[in-house]
Design a protein around this ligand. Structure first.
Ligand SMILES: Nc1ncnc2c1ncn2[C@@H]1O[C@H](COP(=O)(O)OP(=O)(O)OP(=O)(O)O)[C@@H](O)[C@H]1O
Length: 299
């Protein structure tokens, strides 16, 4: 389990991570999402022990991570801009990682590199961005670590490769102790694979929740009520995040379960009513809007 407690990190005047606390449980796919500059990469770099937090603590299986070589064998970190030494081939990379990760699975590497149609003898500097990401995912999987940290790894893969990587993660999760932590802007992709979502904004954590639970507690309503006073009453009664009108149609984004919301709306005898779950992208937009991050504030 990864425990992040009151973790903060500043670069000069920029507070990149601000008092973040969250737990990342085992056997779950954890999605780290957030606005640009929210602190996702900084948090992953702290979790990977690349940089040290200014205050707070980050524990992996109850051990501090920074300058703890033993605990670093437990995770593999794929940064957004991974450094690969010039002239290195994929085979050279396995030699390097075999020294560091005692459980490195060479056989699985040989199998996967063929399945992904990558040439292990070719210089990695000649690979495309997506091919480099594929290779890093393969190396990360074959390292055999309990945790895999991916910084925007999915974002550079084509749809077929994203599907292949998702299947690979699913099979690893089924067959061994494996917990991927994935920072990404590709919310549709994360929605398919994540069990838990942490949402960062301006260095702070806006929410950390099971995806299913999150979707269970936020909905959009489309309804038509017979008069304005009913609309006003309904808006007062519900925990409304956003209100819009399209002609006579009232559109609300509301916190609450479907049943709770349905009861309130039905009591107003609507002419029409539909209650729908939000996609992760819609949840992201409404939660960050509440925190003041709105398109209309940007322009
Ligand atoms: N080495 C650094 N020196 C100075 N400022 C930094 C450094 N690394 C990150 N920052 C700042 O910290 C903040 C958080 O950056 P970070 O890269 O963690 O965000 P992010 O959520 O990963 O963003 P994005 O989604 O745009 O990749 C930003 O304001 C960034 O400019």
């Amino acid at each position: 389990m990864i425990e992040i407690r009151n973790c903060s990190k500043a670069f000069g005047k920029v507070q990149a991570v601000n008092q973040v606390s969250m737990d990342i449980g085992e056997h779950e796919v954890f999605g780290l999402i957030g606005s640009n500059g929210a602190g996702k990469s900084t948090l992953l770099r702290i979790m990977a022990g690349i940089i040290c937090q200014d205050s707070g603590e980050v524990l992996l299986d109850e051990q501090p991570v920074f300058e703890n070589e033993k605990i670093k064998e437990q995770f593999f970190y794929i940064p957004d801009d991974a450094y690969i030494p010039a002239n290195y081939t994929a085979s050279d990379m396995t030699e390097y990682y075999r020294c560091f990760y005692p459980g490195f699975r060479q056989e699985q590497f040989e199998k996967l590199i063929k399945q992904f149609h990558l040439d292990k003898k070719r210089k990695i500097s000649t690979f495309s961005k997506g091919m480099k990401k594929q290779l890093l995912v393969i190396l990360g999987i074959c390292a055999g670590t309990k945790y895999l940290y991916c910084d925007e790894t999915f974002d550079g893969l084509d749809p077929v490769m994203r599907q292949a990587v998702k299947s690979l993660f699913a099979s690893e999760i089924m067959n061994r102790e494996f917990t991927p932590v994935i920072a990404s802007h590709n919310l549709r992709e994360l929605e398919d694979i994540c069990d838990h979502i942490g949402l960062l904004h301006k260095g702070g954590i806006l929410l950390s929740r099971d995806l299913e639970d999150m979707k269970f507690h936020i909905h959009k309503i489309q309804c038509v009520l017979t008069d304005k006073s009913k609309e006003e009453m309904l808006i007062k009664e519900l925990d409304v995040l956003k209100t819009e009108h399209q002609g006579s149609l009232l559109l609300l984004t509301v916190r609450g379960t479907r049943t709770e919301i349905m009861e309130r709306v039905q009591a107003k005898n609507p002419l029409f009513c539909e209650i729908l779950p939000l996609t992760l992208e819609e949840i992201f937009i409404s939660e960050t809007e509440v925190a003041g991050y709105e398109v209309k504030n940007l322009f």
